[in-house]
Design a protein around this ligand. Structure first.
Ligand code: ZN
Length: 275
């Protein structure tokens, strides 16, 4: 009788232990994920950590914690700089919204752009727009490539004006927010060589007659540049002096449409005026 009881207790203990072992094994085996990524933004978190928002090629936009990243000696180095192109390893927690970032390795450095005030203003706009238009955990190969292309061109040319125009225009296009560029959204009159008009309160482009007060103009040159952006490889388009104004108009109009559709004001947009 006593022996049977002892055996039963032992069996019960063994069962408990194997159940615990299995549970802890499950926790440990929660696989680390890996993706090519672009760092969108980081914030200090507590004394030692950083909150990191990144756009993963295979994960979409994800937010996570890089623990110890604020310590002088840390394992992340310069990988968490804004718009760095990295390979990132992280673990998802079932119950929490934030992932745990384990490791990051730099794939491509944009040090020149990151350390220059004027150029980093361009990066800040790309970062803010991406944060705004990309839903969390939604993979977007097109946006990933667009962000990377724009940042590479800023780094390569040492100029943000044309890359930022291209980025803003294509973000509007990928968002499905681009109005017709050849005729008035309201009355249908073709613009021909005449200016078209826009603002952040409307989604369309308007003719001289339908324009509301305060609207800004989008001249033929800017509309032609949009056509080049659509049809030509971006790294083959060189910024020539006469294009400056068209690039500015197209960028301003695109950012206005982004603000209209996301119903948010872009804080970094004002910095562009002074950069
Ligand atoms: Zn009209």
């Amino acid at each position: 009788m006593v022996i049977t009881l002892v055996l039963r207790v032992r069996a019960f203990r063994t069962e408990c232990r194997s159940w615990f072992d299995a549970a802890s094994a499950r926790r440990q085996l929660m696989p680390a994920r890996e993706t090519e990524a672009i760092i969108l933004k980081t914030f200090p978190l507590g004394e030692a950590d950083r909150l990191v928002s990144f756009l993963g090629r295979s994960s979409g936009r994800v937010r996570g914690v890089a623990s110890g990243a604020r310590r002088l000696k840390n394992r992340y180095g310069s990988t968490l700089e804004i718009l760095s192109h990295v390979q990132i390893w992280y673990v998802e927690k079932e119950t929490r919204e934030l992932v745990r970032i384990q490791q990051a390795e730099l794939l491509e450095s944009f040090h020149k752009a990151q350390s220059d005030y004027g150029l980093s203003t361009g990066l800040a706009v790309i970062s803010e727009v991406s944060e705004l238009v990309l839903p969390e955990h939604e993979v977007s190969e097109a946006m990933f490539r667009l962000v990377l292309l724009a940042v590479r061109e800023i780094e390569r040319t040492g100029d943000w004006t044309l890359p930022l125009s291209y980025f803003a225009f294509w973000t509007v296009r990928l968002g499905g927010w681009l109005p017709r560029f050849d005729r008035c959204s309201q009355c249908g009159t073709p613009f021909g060589g005449k200016p078209a008009f826009y603002d952040a309160r409307h989604s369309g482009l308007f003719c001289e007659k339908c324009r509301r007060s305060g609207m800004k103009s989008l001249q033929l040159g800017a509309r032609n540049l949009a056509e080049r952006f659509t049809g030509e490889r971006f790294d083959r388009i060189a910024l020539e002096k006469p294009m400056q104004e068209s690039a500015r108009e197209l960028r301003e109009a695109s950012l206005a449409w982004i603000e209209h559709h996301t119903e948010r004001r872009l804080a970094s947009r004002e910095l562009l005026e002074t950069a």
